[in-house]
Write a protein that binds this ligand. Structure first.
Ligand SMILES: [Zn+2]
Length: 275
């Protein structure tokens, strides 16, 4: 049956082509994509192009992006959705604003006694409700390895979280998933991380302590680990790994093992890089 949607998709793909060589260069620059099967790789390639056709990438003065750069960004943005049907997971925002460097954003916090504190915080990324995703390019460049850090996946996880309201660590779950089981797995792990940090702020936690900020950051940081250090997340919080596996419908640990068995170099998580 003729479908407007399918026709539009084909037309977009024809207009925004990427050569085999460009795609091979992107794969080479992103060890994170190691171990994808041929069909998954083709799907990622198409969806990356559709993403670039749909979204506006706005580099701010001081930053210029090549086609290669845009492709790296798009492929990492699409990796989390690879196991999901295309149902507009990144709806509700049209633009990604790219800063040449970390940016300062005003923050406000009202403490329990009602006093309002405000300060400027340096950020490498932000996802605004009903607004754009903001990424500092050095953070994007530091992403793409198997090292537990991925700014693109982190900020886009916030966008998935916002699909059903405010970012609170609970994205819209698929049919068959249980909100109770999700909440229990996340809460236990979140509490455990906070307990460790309350006992000793300097302690070496398995995952980035930034995850202990609030449930939304916990979901974003564990999503980063799920895709870029799945072994670390599985070791730290196996129930969280399983919930994310059910949500993203992928098993990155399998790809990591495959990548390791083919001898690809593995970088270890670098503590201290905070999105
Ligand atoms: Zn965040």
């Amino acid at each position: 049956m003729w479908s407007w949607r399918a026709w539009k998709r084909q037309r977009t793909l024809r207009r925004h082509q990427v050569s085999d060589q460009q795609w091979a260069q992107a794969l080479q620059a992103l060890p994170l994509l190691d171990g994808l099967g041929a069909e998954q790789e083709q799907r990622l390639r198409e969806r990356s192009l559709l993403f670039l056709a749909e979204k506006t990438l706005t580099p701010l003065p001081g930053l210029e992006l090549s086609d290669h750069d845009c492709l790296l960004l798009a492929a990492q943005a699409q990796l989390p959705l690879l196991g999901l049907e295309e149902l507009g997971w990144y709806q509700g925002f049209h633009e990604l604003v790219l800063y040449p460097d970390d940016f300062v954003s005003p923050q406000k916090y009202r403490d329990p006694s009602g006093v309002e504190h405000s300060w400027d915080a340096e950020h490498s990324g932000e996802a605004w409700e009903q607004g754009p995703v903001i990424l500092a390019w050095p953070g994007v460049e530091a992403s793409g390895g198997w090292d537990g850090y991925n700014l693109v996946i982190h900020e886009l996880a916030h966008k998935l979280d916002m699909l059903n309201g405010t970012a609170n660590g609970l994205p819209p779950l698929h049919r068959g998933m249980s909100v109770e089981r999700w909440a229990e797995a996340m809460q236990q792990a979140f509490d455990d991380l906070n307990r460790q940090l309350d006992a000793d702020e300097q302690t070496d936690t398995l995952i980035d302590p930034y995850a202990a900020e609030n449930p939304a950051e916990f979901f974003a940081v564990t999503s980063e680990y799920f895709f870029s250090a799945p072994d670390v997340l599985l070791q730290a919080y196996p129930q969280v790994y399983r919930q994310l596996q059910a949500f993203y419908r992928q098993d990155p640990l399998e790809r990591l093992r495959l990548s390791e068995s083919t001898g690809n170099a593995r970088q270890h998580p670098e503590p201290g890089l905070q999105p």
